[in-house]
Write a protein that binds this ligand. Structure first.
Ligand code: AHR
Length: 555
């Protein structure tokens, strides 16, 4: 069925629920003609889906921290100790698991000592991003370019506690010393009353240690984090992580891994670490992969070109999703390189920056550097990326979408008291059911949408799926990147009978659908009618440009 027909029939029935009721209700294989097939192999577990795969990232960049997370205690905007209340409420709903902070590139310029102690005595510092080329001309001075340090370590930890997330702290390798690093660990984790830094933590309001387990050792050390060679960075990594005090916590150190497909960075770093038998000191290897459109051909310079977040032709829709879908091969390729040296695969992948990146112009406020609107395209991108992580649960131990609020692929857009959830938020909400469950192998066959971009033909994966099992609950999530046509799939559950199925679908009125302060619910998930499939097989129709969750209760 074409997108227009699909949506018209949905609207004719008042809500999209009714249209889905019809499609989901048709469970007999014979009554529908299918073009796709998804098999769920219950006897083939892949690995536990670490809740940390559903992680977030908040950097001192534009409107992320100041104006996004932190509004200050004196603000008229409802807040809890200075932290935006609407953000806390929304995050609690999606079980955010982990938040990475304070950067990003900012991390390698940040002196954590500036962000502790009495707030009215904290120094103001020039923010790393002050001179970024993307700033509009008329931006007023404020904490986005001169950081007031009102949001520091204690505030971040409080934020994590309020939303139920674990903290993931990225340390400064480029412009601080190893001593600063282990003193930050001491500030966070040393027992009450044992050290001067523990006393200072208590003065900041937190007598009990923060018990931070996840520590990033720099960020993008091949670029803004120091422009190191892999060999130089390996030496820094070893220096920073040698004999860091533990305080009864097994630290999970995360190395600054590659930019997208840079296998050389992974191979040379692992080789150098292995020469010194130091790989045992690494828990995770951080891969960064952003997706963007490039007008007029490819370039390796991230500042060039890029497409628009809101106005895009269909070929840009497909091109962007194809870029995102490279995630699967990036994971497999880096994993294989890591395995050449780390044969037991002790070190796991951490994709601590991923998402869509568009050119400036759709940010909701001019202080939101790298801010952008977020449409159904971003929802499908999130759906297919999270499916990829689920399918590779034995390799990917953590992932952090970039970034939480007012920046790149955000879950939230906020300005003053306006607060909007984006389609990406809804995907995280729907997918939260996967957290901690057992990833199950799936096999999907589905027609590949094709397109032409800049005269070049291309095609992308059809339906993208992942499944997880916890007790008798099987969750199957499916993203349909096809912009125009729905896909009708035969769903085969191998190894059990289906007792009942419920579903939720996220689909906008067109491929550009998005939420705004004026229309905050233009894109929202819709719960479908309960259905049941016999013999472990049923048929389901996935609307064009959509993300679907089927929750299947097994006998
Ligand atoms: O997320 C924005 C920036 O992108 C981060 O600061 C940096 O790590 C990456 O290049």
């Amino acid at each position: 069925m074409k997108r227009r027909q699909f949506l018209e029939s949905a609207l004719a029935a008042s809500t999209i629920v009714l249209s889905h009721r019809a499609s989901v209700g048709s469970t007999s294989r014979q009554s529908r003609s299918t073009d796709s097939r998804i098999e769920v192999l219950l006897n083939e577990p892949v690995g536990k889906i670490n809740p940390e795969i559903y992680g977030h990232f908040a950097e001192h960049l534009g409107g992320v921290v100041y104006g996004g997370i932190w509004v200050g205690e004196a603000s008229k905007i409802p807040n809890v100790g200075g932290i935006r209340k609407s953000l806390i409420d929304a995050l609690q709903r999606i079980k955010p698991s982990v938040v990475r902070w304070p950067g990003g590139c900012f991390a390698d310029s940040y002196n954590w000592h500036d962000g502790i102690g009495a707030r009215n005595q904290r120094p103001r510092r020039t923010n790393f991003w002050r001179d970024a080329g993307e700033w509009p001309k008329d931006v007023p001075d404020g904490p986005w370019n001169y950081d007031t340090n009102q949001f520091g370590t204690n505030e971040f930890m409080r934020f994590c506690r309020l939303v139920g997330a674990q903290p993931y702290v990225a340390a400064n390798v480029r412009s601080l010393t190893a001593r600063d690093f282990y003193e930050w660990v001491e500030y966070c984790n040393s027992p009450p009353g044992t050290t001067t830094l523990a006393d200072m933590r208590a003065t900041g309001g937190d007598r009990e240690p923060f018990k931070v387990r996840y520590w990033g050792v720099g960020n993008e050390s091949w670029g803004c984090g120091g422009n190191f060679t892999p060999e130089e960075y390996a030496a820094e990594y070893r220096r920073f992580t040698e004999w860091v005090p533990r305080y009864g916590i097994d630290p999970a150190f995360i190395g600054a891994g590659p930019n997208s497909g840079d296998l050389d960075w992974s191979r040379r770093f692992f080789t150098k670490m292995n020469e010194r038998r130091a790989l045992g000191r690494m828990w995770g290897w951080a891969l960064h992969h952003y997706s963007w459109n490039v007008s007029g051909g490819r370039t390796t310079d991230w500042r060039q070109g890029k497409g628009d977040a809101l106005n895009y032709p269909i070929d840009e829709w497909y091109e962007l999703l194809r870029e995102a879908d490279r995630m699967e091969s990036l994971i497999t390729e880096h994993w294989s390189v890591m395995g050449e040296i780390d044969r037991q695969h002790r070190v796991k992948l951490v994709v601590d920056e991923w998402g869509a990146w568009y050119r400036p112009g759709t940010e909701i406020h001019n202080t939101h550097l790298l801010g952008q609107q977020s449409t159904m395209r971003d929802a499908v991108l999130a759906g297919l990326t999270l499916n990829t992580f689920n399918r590779n649960a034995e390799k990917v131990a953590m992932a952090n979408v970039a970034q939480l609020i007012n920046c790149l692929q955000s879950l939230f857009l906020a300005n003053e008291d306006k607060f909007v959830t984006t389609p990406t938020f809804h995907v995280f909400d729907m997918y939260s059911a996967h957290q901690g469950a057992q990833s199950i192998r799936t096999i999907c066959s589905s027609p590949r949408p094709s397109y032409t971009r800049n005269g070049q033909p291309g095609d992308i994966r059809g339906l993208s799926e992942s499944a997880s099992l916890s007790d008798k609950r099987l969750v199957l999530t499916v993203a349909n990147p096809e912009a125009v046509q729905s896909r009708v799939a035969e769903i085969v559950i191998r190894g059990a009978q289906v007792k009942s199925t419920t579903g939720t679908v996220l689909a906008g009125k067109d491929i550009h659908a998005h939420n705004s302060a004026e229309q905050p619910d233009a894109v929202r998930p819709v719960v479908m009618q309960t259905v049941s499939g016999r013999g472990g097989t049923f048929v389901h129709e996935f609307p064009p440009a959509s993300v679907t969750k089927l929750q299947i209760i097994l006998e």
